[in-house]
Every structure is written in C-alpha cells, then in structure tokens.
Design a protein around this ligand. Structure first.
Ligand code: C5P
Length: 288
C-alpha cells in the first residue's frame, strides 16, 4: 500500500482556435501543477474489485456530491486498466478530497491520472508511459498533463497533446471561487471564435525565466468572457476582486476558480487576508 499526491492545475494561458468535427475545441493551453492536492491511498485487495472510499477528512465536499461508482473518473480509469491488461487484481482506493469540483482545476482529471499511475504500480502492470497516455486521452482532455508528471506544459489538440516546458523559480497565486461551479460544455457552447489568436510565447518565456512580473502581465484565458456570461456569481466576484485589489483577475480553465498573481508568499498572504469575504470562497495561496 502507498499514497500519492493528486495535484490541481492552473491554466496560465488558454486560446481556442476552432471547433472540431468531433465536437471538441482545438486549443493551446499552458498548464502548471500547483501545491493544492488530493491524496490517494492505494491498497491491494483479495477480491477482484475496485472499491473507492471518500476519506472523512476530505474538505468542502459532501459525500453525496462525490460519486463512488463508475461515473467517477477514478473508477473509469481503473476499469480501463483492467480491460486493457485483463488483470484480475482488486484494490481499495481511498481519497482525501480537497480540490473543488467544476472549478477549472482539473481535480477529477488529476485523480484519474494518479489512479493510472498508482494502479500501474500497485498491480505491477508495467505499462509504459505512452500506453497510459492512450488510456488518459480516451478518458478526457486534461488527464494527459498529469500522466506526464511535469511542472509545466503546453497542451494542444483537445488538451491531450502534452509538451513539457521549462519553469524555474516559484510563482505564487491566490485563488478564490464563487461557490457556484461551471459546466465545461456550457462554457464552450457560449464561446464565439473570431479568428484573432493570442500567442503563449510570453507566458512560456516568463515561466522559463522565473519572471513573475512578466508572467502576470501575460496570463490569458479565451474562455473568460463565455464563463462570465453563464455564471453571474463568478462575474460579480471578478469585478469586485478587481476593484478591491486593483490588479488583474484571471480564470483557470473553464472556471469557476479565479486567481490573482502575487510577487511572493508574503504578498500572497496579504492578498488572502484582503480577500476575506462572505461572498466567495478563498481557496488560498497556490504555489507553482
Ligand atoms: O475532455 P473533457 O471531459 O475534459 O471535456 C468535457 C467537455 O468540455 C467536452 O465534452 C466538451 O464539451 C468540452 N471540451 C471542448 N473542447 C476541449 C475540451 C473540452 O469542447 N478541447
């Protein structure tokens, strides 16, 4: 038995170039792994079943809101591994959940990737990285980033083509959530694509240089306006935080988590205290 961290990501850049015949959108995004994580504990079991358990110390999630059946990406990932390898082994997977759902932080995708990596080890399946990537891409668009196990990457295609990039130093962000999540398909359906495309070059360079000032000037997310249209609480939160802090407010993925960039841990702590409010949930300082 062993435990693995299952981290949340932030998108520091997201551009959409078009809608594809398969209904997905072609995009380019810069994803970074953060120090907000779920913990997943893997234990082999004698009966040939996969049992998922939500640990009582999980925060901010009602057990009723966390499915333990095949609708959970953890169970889907385990079932894909069983089908592919024909293994008859079982496992009990216990998760300490801290990453909120429908938050643009890819908590579910990260859990699925951690399950692929964890069960490959627990069951000694010896699948290679590229085989895990194939399963990951079948299960969703954000899972491959976590299978790659890198700090930062440019992800393209649906999001499943992962190219790790250099990231030096530490970056600090303060994240907050309006309490009402966003459905990713609903956000994409509101999007209008007008053809003028932004480039991720400056964001990539800022990460490589460890330049947080340049990074905060270049963070971009094409989905922001569409998400603001479908989530009035997030829209209001973005306006209020912009006024309160007098600094740009960004959205991760399809939302509804938003964040501001800080110059270091101390500034992040100061921003966090400024954000204390009944109107939104402060997720805290995320280190990248
Ligand atoms: O792949 P994933 O399960 O994360 O996608 C959820 C939904 O988000 C898709 O069903 C699709 O509606 C939308 N999506 C998209 N284009 C992408 C990724 C997701 O339209 N590149």
């Amino acid at each position: 038995m062993f435990e693995m961290f299952s981290p949340a990501k932030l998108n520091l850049f997201l551009e959409v170039s078009g809608k594809r015949p398969d209904g997905f959108h072609e995009l380019e995004t810069v994803m970074v792994r953060t120090d907000l994580y779920d913990k997943i504990h893997f234990q082999q079991s004698t009966d040939p079943k996969v049992r998922l358990v939500l640990a009582p110390e999980s925060s901010g999630i009602a057990p009723a809101d966390f499915p333990l059946d095949e609708s959970n990406l953890i169970v889907k990932a385990a079932n894909e591994l069983r089908a592919l390898t024909g293994t008859n082994l079982g496992a009990t997977i216990q998760i300490v959940k801290r990453i909120p759902a429908e938050a643009g932080l890819a908590g579910g995708s990260s859990n699925a990737a951690t399950t692929l990596l964890g069960l490959n080890r627990l069951w000694d399946l010896r699948l290679e990285k590229h085989e895990l990537h194939t399963i990951a891409a079948k299960l969703g668009s954000d899972i491959n980033f976590f299978v790659e196990d890198c700090r930062a990457a440019v992800c393209s295609g649906r999001g499943e083509i992962v190219r790790p990039i250099e990231s030096t130093g530490e970056f600090y962000f303060v994240a907050f959530h309006p309490g009402v999540g966003n459905s990713t398909p609903a956000v994409f359906s509101q999007l209008t694509i007008d053809g003028s495309l932004q480039s991720s070059e400056v964001v990539q360079q800022a990460l490589a240089d460890g330049n947080s000032a340049s990074l905060s000037d270049s963070i971009f997310n094409r989905l922001t306006d569409a998400a603001r249209m479908i989530n009035p609480a997030m829209d209001a939160m973005m306006t209020d935080v912009r006024q309160l802090l007098n600094r740009p407010v960004f959205m991760s993925g399809s939302g509804a988590t938003c964040f501001v960039a800080a110059e270091g841990r101390q500034e992040a702590a100061r921003i966090e205290s400024q954000l204390a409010s009944a109107d939104w949930i402060v997720l805290g300082c995320l280190k990248v």
